[in-house]
Design a protein around this ligand. Structure first.
Ligand code: ACO
Length: 326
């Protein structure tokens, strides 16, 4: 009999410290009005100096364990999707495993930027459906604040910290109905952290060029996101044999409210079907979708039996879509 993978539980964690647009007005030449009207962001969370991606990932994972009753010892693979890892290498997944007391469990990272949650979900589903693993912890923690140039108003007002996690395992009904992924590496300079790799290893010159921070061409990314996020959700619905009317809730990567609203409108999804939290948390890259999913499940909006569509776009470039019946 074939095995079907599904999301068994979701959890999230957000750092305590709230940074408002008004706080940012004191750091860079910006305004609450500009940030709110161009991006939809009102405030975001920033992790403490001694709180790292793995720590936030562990807290999100513990939230998923607590809500589901699944025990950490049941996990037989850990996947972490992040582009703000604890270290350049080894994988943050190994840190998450160690902090959860899961030494011995295989663990690896995925680097797919804002599409990272859906890339991770596709990985996890394939492992479950092949029979190789039974319960997989997929964690998306981002401490973006460590990789932001706090003098660059183009980027520092958008990104933030937080973590989401899901546990993926076999289900009797529903499950991960489809996933779809794409990439285009030829546009890498539109959105990346150039420094620290072998092209620009850290030295005096690369640090002076501020290459250790996120660089973004906002206009090009905006245009691509508006093209690729609808394509990704369309492809995912097609693969699942569904249309927009069959989707109970949609969760887009939370990068810009104008992108999110325009896509929702294009597919005819009303406000109440479109889960949005960008105003509170900003763009937490791979973490936005699992945080929104976990919150919506926690407050009873998304329930068992609901069909949820996901779509994301980000650095790489990468894009991805998925349809999941909970
Ligand atoms: N405050 C005030 N002014 C600003 C700010 C700011 N924080 N940031 C930029 N500006 C200025 C620019 O300097 C520019 O000024 P100029 O015209 O004098 O050169 C002007 O505002 C640009 O304005 P717009 O073109 O109207 O800005 P736009 O509507 O494109 O919005 C934004 C900018 C919000 C960045 C938008 O392009 C966007 O959301 N892009 C996509 C971002 C995104 O999704 N990034 C993904 C990152 S996630 C990942 O994968 C890591």
């Amino acid at each position: 009999m074939s095995i079907k993978a599904g999301i068994l539980a979701a959890g999230h964690y957000l750092p305590e410290k709230v940074v408002t647009n008004f706080d940012l007005e004191k750091i860079v030449d910006t305004s609450d009005e500009w940030i709110r009207t161009r991006s939809g962001i009102e405030e975001r969370r920033i992790a403490a100096d001694d709180e790292f991606s793995s720590d936030m990932g562990v807290k999100a994972a513990r939230d998923a364990f607590r809500k589901s009753g699944i025990k950490p010892e049941e996990i037989d693979l850990i996947i972490v999707s992040t582009i703000s890892p604890d270290f350049m290498w080894p994988a943050t997944a190994c840190q998450v495993g160690a902090k959860l007391g899961l030494a011995g469990v295989p663990a690896y990272d995925i680097s797919a930027a804002c599409s990272g949650f859906i890339y991770g979900l596709a990985n996890a589903a394939a492992f479950i459906e092949s029979g190789m693993y039974k319960k997989i912890l997929l964690v998306c923690p981002e401490k973006f604040s460590s990789f932001l140039d706090w003098t660059d108003r183009n980027t520092c007002v958008l990104m933030a910290d937080g973590a989401g996690a899901v546990i993926v395992g076999a289900v009797e009904e529903g499950g991960i109905l489809s996933t779809y992924m794409g990439s285009d590496g030829s546009k890498v300079e539109w959105l990346y952290q150039p420094g620290g790799g072998c092209v620009y290893p850290f030295n005096e010159e690369t640090i002076k060029g501020r290459k250790q921070y996120m660089h973004m061409n906002g206009k090009e990314i905006f245009k691509s996101a508006v093209e690729m996020m609808p394509l990704a959700i369309e492809k995912a619905m097609e693969k699942a044999g569904l249309t927009a009317e069959n989707i109970d809730f949609v969760i887009f990567h939370q990068a810009n409210i104008r992108i999110i609203d325009s896509i929702a409108k294009r597919f005819g999804w009303p406000e109440e079907k479109n889960i949005v939290n960008i105003q509170k948390y900003g763009n937490t890259s791979a973490a936005t979708i699992p945080i929104a999913l976990s919150e919506a499940m926690e407050n009873g909006k998304i329930k068992k039996g609901h069909t949820v569509g996901f779509s994301a776009f980000g650095g790489g470039l990468t894009w991805a879509g998925a349809v999941v019946k909970l």
